[in-house]
Design a protein around this ligand. Structure first.
Ligand code: SF4
Ligand code: SF4
Length: 477
């Protein structure tokens, strides 16, 4: 597979000095990126997606389903409630399926449109954009923030910095409490946290998420995407020449240069200018601090802020939009782009098969699990009536939201009988029933016979499970 040439370019925001060295020193002092706020079509899409995701995250734990939280991962109770469904640890295979589906979804979207997941939906980006949005509201625009940072400590600066960090910490606290609210009912949690009645682990995880949200979104920001995120490191191998990427159209933009606004598009062309007016707006809006005009760089999270910035400049200049746009390497070189290509179709087919298999597994799921363990201390016993008896422990787990009574039956030999034929188990609980199985010695023609236990819910004929076991006895001569 041919790999797109990519470059490693030093983040230039904060200095924006043309001609500055472009080699990146791993140990270079970090330069703060003052991200300029920009409006535009893609930022509207990104903000809508971000608000929807955040609302979903913060509101879900507050929703109830009957008398319990709608989404509740009850670790001590070993029950995972997702709206009407309750899953148990023995159904973790479903969770594995879900994770595999997410991974293939990510591969598919990356082959199709690069790092759009990073730019539009990754929690690191969502929280960072939220923190930058707050920073902008409290400290002012990019230029005001640069000025403020250069100022000595004044009452205004102390107030603004204090308000910003307080707001960040409050959001980080809400994030921590909400996260823990997925594992402990949130209404109880918010009552118990201030009165120090909550569990020690709740304080630990709230504190953990508070600290890491504040650090990651407030201080580290693009450093997480560039240096810590493993996905950033390997996603480039999924790119090909037909992957949609954010690109600067060098053929159209160069030679770049500042010019009088009065110069029309044609006049600028005649004067030897390309369409880039070298305003650096695309660099100032970039949350990872790169200059997209240097070519594809792994730091680019495909957020399209530079597209919106450049389109607004093109609009003002009366030039056609799209100098920076979502395009493919092939399209940039004037070659044909192929949307449907074998690798993309392969991921798509794999994704569809896995989603279908998951839906089938969930739909076909029987909310009952049981084990039949033979008593190991004695092989078998002979009763006074001359029958052979084996003793079994039957552990029944009712995985349904309703209590059930189950009929126990056994088959495999003509004369098998049971001393207990039913067991009642409350919703979501387990019960153990010891049963004795009897058989006539005449039916036994070998020392060990396969038999089958069956459990059938009295209230629902769809709920039925079977388990194999062994019946031991004296073989008939
Ligand atoms: S925003 Fe557009 S015109 Fe301005 S520097 Fe970037 S590419 Fe050039
Ligand atoms: S280069 Fe453009 S798309 Fe890439 S991260 Fe920067 S602003 Fe976003």
């Amino acid at each position: 597979m041919e790999k797109i040439p990519s470059q490693d370019i030093t983040p230039s925001v904060g200095h924006h000095t043309p001609g500055e060295s472009t080699t990146q020193d791993m140990y270079a002092k970090r330069r703060h990126i003052y991200v300029r706020e920009i409006k535009g079509l893609f930022q509207k899409v990104r903000r809508s997606a971000n608000w929807a995701l955040m609302l979903g995250f913060f509101l879900l734990p507050w929703l109830n389903w009957g008398d319990r939280p709608a989404v509740w991962f009850d670790l001590p109770g070993r029950e995972f409630h997702i709206f009407a469904a309750t899953f148990y640890p023995q159904e973790f295979v479903l969770l594995s399926w879900l994770l595999i589906i997410c991974a293939f979804g990510l591969f598919f979207i990356t082959v199709f449109a690069g790092r759009v997941w990073c730019g539009y939906t990754c929690p690191q980006s969502v929280w960072t954009f939220l923190f930058i949005w707050l920073e902008h509201r409290i400290e002012g625009s990019r230029n005001q923030r640069i000025k403020l940072d250069k100022q000595p400590m004044t009452a205004d600066k102390i107030w603004r910095k204090g308000a910003k960090h307080t707001a960040w910490l409050l959001i980080a606290l809400a994030t921590g409490v909400t996260f823990v609210g997925y594992f402990t009912p949130i209404r109880t949690l918010v009552m118990e946290l201030p009165t120090l009645e909550a569990h020690g682990w709740s304080y630990f995880w709230v504190g953990f998420f508070l600290v890491f949200t504040y650090l990651n979104a407030g201080w580290l920001r693009e450093q997480v995407c560039i240096y810590m995120c493993p996905y950033a490191r390997f996603q480039s191998v999924m790119f090909d020449r037909d992957t949609l990427i954010v690109s600067y159209d060098e053929a159209r933009g160069e030679p770049r240069g500042r010019r009088k606004k009065s110069l029309s598009h044609t006049q600028a062309r005649e004067a030897g200018f390309g369409d880039c007016i070298d305003c650096e707006l695309c660099v100032q809006v970039c949350p990872t601090g790169i200059d997209i005009r240097d070519g594809l760089q792994y730091e680019c999270i495909t957020c399209a802020a530079c597209i919106d910035a450049c389109d607004s400049v093109m609009d003002k200049m009366g030039y056609p939009k799209g100098l920076i746009r979502y395009t493919t390497e092939n399209a940039l070189e004037g070659k044909k782009s192929h949307i449907l290509r074998p690798r993309l179709l392969g991921y798509f087919v794999a994704l569809i098969i896995m989603v279908a298999a998951f839906a089938w597994a969930v739909n076909d799921r029987i909310p009952l699990s049981f084990d039949a363990e033979r008593e190991r201390t004695q092989l078998y016993q002979m009763t006074r009536e001359g029958q052979i008896s084996n003793v079994y422990s039957i552990t029944v787990r009712n995985l349904d939201n309703e209590p059930h009574t189950y009929q126990i039956s056994v088959s495999g030999l003509p004369s098998l009988t049971l001393d207990h034929t039913s067991i009642s188990v409350p919703a979501g609980e387990s019960r153990i029933q010891v049963v004795t199985v009897l058989a006539n010695p005449q039916d036994l023609n070998q020392p060990s016979h396969p038999i089958t236990f069956a459990l059938q819910a009295v209230q629902d004929e769809q709920i039925r499970q079977e388990r194999e076991a062994r019946f031991l006895g004296n073989a008939r001569r």
